[in-house]
Every structure is written in C-alpha cells, then in structure tokens.
Design a protein around this ligand. Structure first.
Ligand code: UT7
Length: 320
C-alpha cells in the first residue's frame, strides 16, 4: 500500500518579472536568458511569505480533493526558503489552514518534493496516515544576490501541492544524495556569537553552473531509466516526463539520451523560472487542470539540485 494523488494545486505571486525587467539593472538580455536557460519571465514575491504561497497552493489542492484541512493526518513541506528557522514552513502552513496533525519540513533542495513523496509513502505503508498534504514552496527571491547575473536570472517564486490518499499509484522511486559543497551552496549567516571565529558569507545562492548542468543531465538520465525499470515498464510506456524546471537545455540533453518520445517531456520554465522544490508540483497541477492526464497514465517525475541530490519516481495517474 502506498498512495494515489486525489488533488493538485499551485500558486505563484502576481508580480511578473520579465527578462527585459532584469536587463534594466543587470548586464543581461532577453536573448541570453531565453536561449541559455529557457526562461522568459518569473514570478517574484513583493509582500507574500513562503507560507502564504504554500497556503494558496494547498487550498487549491484540498478543494480539488474535496478534503477539509481537519481531515489531514500529516503535512509535509519541501523547501529551502521557509520564512522562519522555527516554526517550520509546515507548521506555519498548518496554522493558516487550521489543521491539526503532525507537520514537518524537509530540505533536499530542488529534489525535495520527490523526497517528500517518498516520505509520505512510508507513512501510508505503515498505515499511520490516510490523507497527506505534500507541498513544495519556495521564495527563492530572498536567497538570490540580485547583482549576480549568473544566478538571479534563473530562479522564481511559487508553490505546488498534492493531496494524497491511500492507494497504489507510487510504482517505483529512487532518492539519491552525494555530499558536495563546491557545486551549489547557500550559506546561512553565522549569527552574532562573540565566540564563533569563522567569517560570515553572504547568504545567497553560489552555483557552479556548468558542474551543476553536468550532474543534472547524468542524474536525470540515470534516475529516469532506473525507476522505469524498477516499475517493470519500458520507456515507451511513459505518458509524460515531468522534470524539475532548472534549464530547458538540461531537459533537451536528457531527451536526447533517453528513448522516450521527446514530445512527452513537459515544461513551463518559460513562465516561472526555476522554483526549486515547487517546480514539479506546479507543473503537475497545470497539466492536470489542462486535462492532459488519462486514467492509468504512467508519469515519471525527476529532479536534481543542491546536495548534490537527485530523485525520480513513477506515478500511475488516477482520474477522479
Ligand atoms: O535547480 C538548481 C540546479 N541548477 C541548475 O540546474 C543550473 C544548471 N546550470 C545552468 O543552467 C547553466 O550553467 C547557467 C544558465 C547557470 C549558465 O549557462 P552557461 O551556458 O553554462 O553559461 P556560462 O556560465 O558558461 O557563461 C557563459 C557566458 C559568460 O561570459 P564569458 O565568460 O563567456 O564572456 C558569462 O559571464 O555568459 C555570461 N553570462 C551571462 N551573460 C548574459 C552569465 N550569465 C549571464 C547573463 N546574461 N545572465
């Protein structure tokens, strides 16, 4: 026993920032960003908190699931940009929802959402949860150095959510991590202890883009092949691949290495940029609301990011 998805939702702040908007204060261009990354615009918070993004995405998912917050047995949030170190984003979200159940966060960077699906599967397997809310929510804009054109043009803010109930849709999965601090890092401030001697670094995204790119293509190709095999399927059986939205060229490279028909790879990076742990549930919700999924469609979700981490799973979609 694991789970099936009974509702999806997403929310992104209203403020749209185009590449031309960025070119007003950065040495960059729409041409560079759209051809090198695939992003044309992203949403950036002006007043919204990460918890508010998570709340609006969750409300949409709960409404689709016909589920009241009081029915939830567990709230799981994947994030690297929670509003507070404590309470967790999940507890902040719980307060807004008015739910009463265990609630916790997980940091596996951009792979966090699939890590949380894996976590949820464990609770269903033990029979300790009947309805679980899983959320990926990020306010990446507060973790960016807005003077660094090599990182700030890539990311965006948003949240996506799924409501899960007991079922058998989670056919196969893989979660992976390889401790590495050289490729992507977001330092925390060192605080104000008069006893601590290490110097503070700026608390913004540091990324070696090309090394991340190589890791991403290799991880995505390998993980997708592995989970399809584990599920006893072939690449031809896959209706859609829903990859983490980090760079359109990463998705294109993986497409060339896999034998899944290229039109089955989905993307919305053009409109949102990289929303880290939120990118997969945002895309799933858009496709779901567009009526793209048929009953029993096999979907592959796959992700990679800081850690370095990667994750993938096969979901059998159930139309309700
Ligand atoms: O979800 C987290 C995971 N993160 C990722 O998956 C990111 C993976 N990496 C990437 O997406 C790409 O490596 C980047 C988009 C970050 C960079 O693209 P690239 O093709 O690897 O560019 P590059 O770093 O090799 O830079 C090429 C040139 C450089 O100029 P020179 O040295 O050739 O003169 C950069 O200074 O592009 C320059 N550049 C820019 N130019 C205009 C870098 N950023 C910009 C920019 N606008 N925003």
């Amino acid at each position: 026993m694991n789970f099936e998805v009974i509702g999806t939702g997403h929310y992104a702040p209203e403020n749209v920032v185009t590449n031309d908007d960025l070119a007003k204060f950065l040495d960059t261009s729409d041409e560079w960003i759209s051809t090198r990354v695939g992003v044309r615009e992203r949403r950036v918070c002006t007043t919204e908190t990460t918890a508010e993004l998570a709340y609006r995405a969750s409300k949409n998912a709960l409404e689709m699931a016909g589920t009241n917050p009081e029915e939830l047995d567990l709230i799981l949030c994947a994030t690297i940009s929670a509003d507070d170190a404590s309470p967790s984003l999940a507890c902040n979200l719980q307060k807004l929802l008015g739910a009463e159940c265990p609630a916790m966060d997980l940091n596996a960077a951009c792979s966090g959402f699939i890590y949380m699906l894996e976590t949820a599967a464990g609770f269903f397997a033990r029979g300790t949860a009947k309805k679980v809310l899983v959320v990926g929510a990020e306010r990446m804009s507060r973790l960016l150095n807005w003077n660094d054109r090599s990182t700030c043009v890539i990311f965006g803010d948003g949240a996506g959510a799924m409501v899960l109930s007991a079922g058998s849709s989670y056919l196969a999965s893989k979660i992976y991590a390889k401790g590495n601090t050289d490729v992507i890092r977001i330092p925390h401030p060192q605080g104000m202890s008069p006893f601590y001697k290490n110097e503070s670094e700026e608390p913004f995204v540091l990324m070696n883009g090309q090394e991340t790119f190589k890791f991403a293509v290799n991880a995505m190709t390998k993980d997708v092949q592995e989970v399809i095999e584990k599920a006893g399927l072939t690449q031809e059986d896959i209706a859609y691949v829903i990859p983490h939205q980090a760079n359109l060229r990463i998705i294109d490279s993986a497409k060339r290495k896999l034998s899944i028909p290229p039109e089955r790879f989905c993307s919305n990076i053009e409109r949102y940029g990289n929303t880290s742990a939120a990118s997969i549930p945002i895309l799933v919700d858009e496709l779901n609301r567009d009526g793209k999924f048929k009953d029993n469609d096999k979907l592959v979700l796959c992700s990679f990011g800081g850690g370095l981490s990667s994750a993938a799973c096969v979901l059998e979609w159930k139309c309700r």
